[in-house]
Write a protein that binds this ligand. Structure first.
Ligand code: SF4
Ligand code: SF4
Length: 111
């Protein structure tokens, strides 16, 4: 069976948290529950005049890759609402091809 996942091109993630809100609303998650969490890494000095600050959204154990939406032919809610267009939902082998060409990408593929 084809395994699907989420790719996040976090080089261009703005840390806007819209994916968290979209997930919460879609799944009616209450306080303290989320299907995805945006993590802030840095600011961190990485060279004499260089600083890094990354936002990396990470799906949680509550993420089911929006199975209901996907079965209706829709995109996962987080993917659809990300204004920066940095999230992709596809078979993992296709996501890997994209990842090979692009730095600062992560793939999540819950079972
Ligand atoms: S795929 Fe669906 S359940 Fe998973 S993080 Fe995105 S919105 Fe939440
Ligand atoms: S909605 Fe997109 S840009 Fe905003 S935090 Fe989530 S992944 Fe990053």
């Amino acid at each position: 069976m084809t395994r699907y996942g989420l790719l996040i091109d976090y080089e261009f993630c703005t840390g806007c948290h819209t994916c968290e809100m979209a997930c919460k609303q879609e799944n009616d998650f209450g306080v303290g529950k989320t299907g995805i969490k945006v993590n802030e890494i840095g600011p961190m000095q990485t060279g004499p005049d260089k600083w890094a600050l990354d936002y990396v959204p990470v799906p949680t154990d509550l993420c089911d890759l929006c199975s209901k939406r996907v079965s209706e032919g829709k995109k996962p809610s987080c993917v659809m609402h990300c204004q920066a267009g940095v999230m992709k939902y596809a078979p993992v082998n296709e996501l890997v091809k994209f990842m090979e060409l692009k730095a600062k990408t992560v793939i999540f593929a819950p079972r």
